[in-house]
Write a protein of this length. Structure first.
Length: 287
């Protein structure tokens, strides 16, 4: 199977490497060619070159507008083999997923929105949580390509994978905010945040966010795995869906405002665990 892989950034590069290691014939494209070269795939000069006659295309670009530009405005999707699988694993909004699915199926392609969760450690280990929206037969056909990347759960029809990723992201955003508050309260009250985290990991407060991002907060290690600006993109998209459904989600709104303020104070390219810095700023705390 000739597979086009578009986007070999922080998440895409290890995903592409795992796909190459599985034995797939992969043509990789990235705006920065050196990042594609490091995957072991054949490097295409353009996304159109990567997609030419491919039976599947995996997309891991930054956002919905980037996907629209590369796939449809530049004509990349039109170069795929008729009936090819178009698997968009980028975090795109629910309306964008529905729109792109309609365009893709109108072109005779098989659409899957399959965003992921787990961050760069899971991308490297091939243990991502993959939330797939699409037709059951198409999900089954895509299994050989998706299984080297992680665990696939078929959520439902096109668009439901993207919706599930937004649900994942609002859960992550609000939990990061809560863990950051816990670290600040521990410090202000005279408790060692590292010991507090250790104790909480043994009870109901335990979570992957507490485990991984709690440690990042303690170490002040904000080298991006998931940049804060991407988190804001997702909370923005989730709020738009909620408004469209007539829902009031106050915790989502608060997390969205906190990330908005973090980015306004220069934290957009830091890991989303850097929300700690915004809460410390609000409380007049300095390291």
């Amino acid at each position: 199977m000739t597979v086009a892989f578009l986007g070999t950034g922080l998440m895409g590069a290890p995903m592409c490497r795992n796909l190459v290691a599985s034995g797939a014939e992969v043509r990789a494209w990235n705006r920065s060619t050196d990042k594609a070269q490091a995957t072991g795939a054949w490097v295409a000069a353009t996304p159109i070159n990567a997609a030419d006659g491919a039976v599947a295309c995996i997309v891991m670009l930054s956002d919905g507008p980037a996907c629209r530009d590369v796939l449809f405005k530049q004509g990349t999707a039109a170069q795929l083999k008729p009936g090819a699988l178009l698997i968009v694993m980028s975090s795109i909004s629910h309306p964008e997923a529905l729109e792109f699915a309609t365009i893709a199926t109108g072109m005779g392609l098989r659409w899957i929105d399959a965003p992921v969760s787990g961050g760069t450690p899971a991308a490297e280990a091939g243990t991502l949580s993959i939330m797939a929206g699409g037709m059951a037969a198409d999900i089954e056909a895509a299994q050989p390509l998706l299984e080297p990347l992680g665990r696939v759960v078929h959520i439902g029809p096109p668009g439901t994978g993207a919706l599930t990723k937004l649900i994942n992201q609002i859960t992550v955003a609000s939990t990061i905010a809560t863990v950051a508050e816990a670290m600040i309260l521990a410090e202000a009250g005279g408790a060692d945040p590292a010991r507090v985290r250790e104790a909480l990991m043994g009870g109901f407060a335990a979570s992957r966010i507490m485990e991984l991002h709690g440690q990042r907060m303690i170490e002040r290690n904000f080298v991006p795995g998931g940049p804060a600006r991407y988190q804001l993109k997702d909370t923005t998209a989730a709020r738009q869906v909620a408004i469209g459904l007539g829902l009031e989600l106050p915790v989502l709104n608060l997390a969205h405002q906190l990330f908005t303020d973090l980015i306004a104070h220069g934290g957009g390219d830091l890991d989303h665990a850097a929300l700690l810095l915004e809460l410390r700023r609000r409380n007049g705390l300095t390291d």
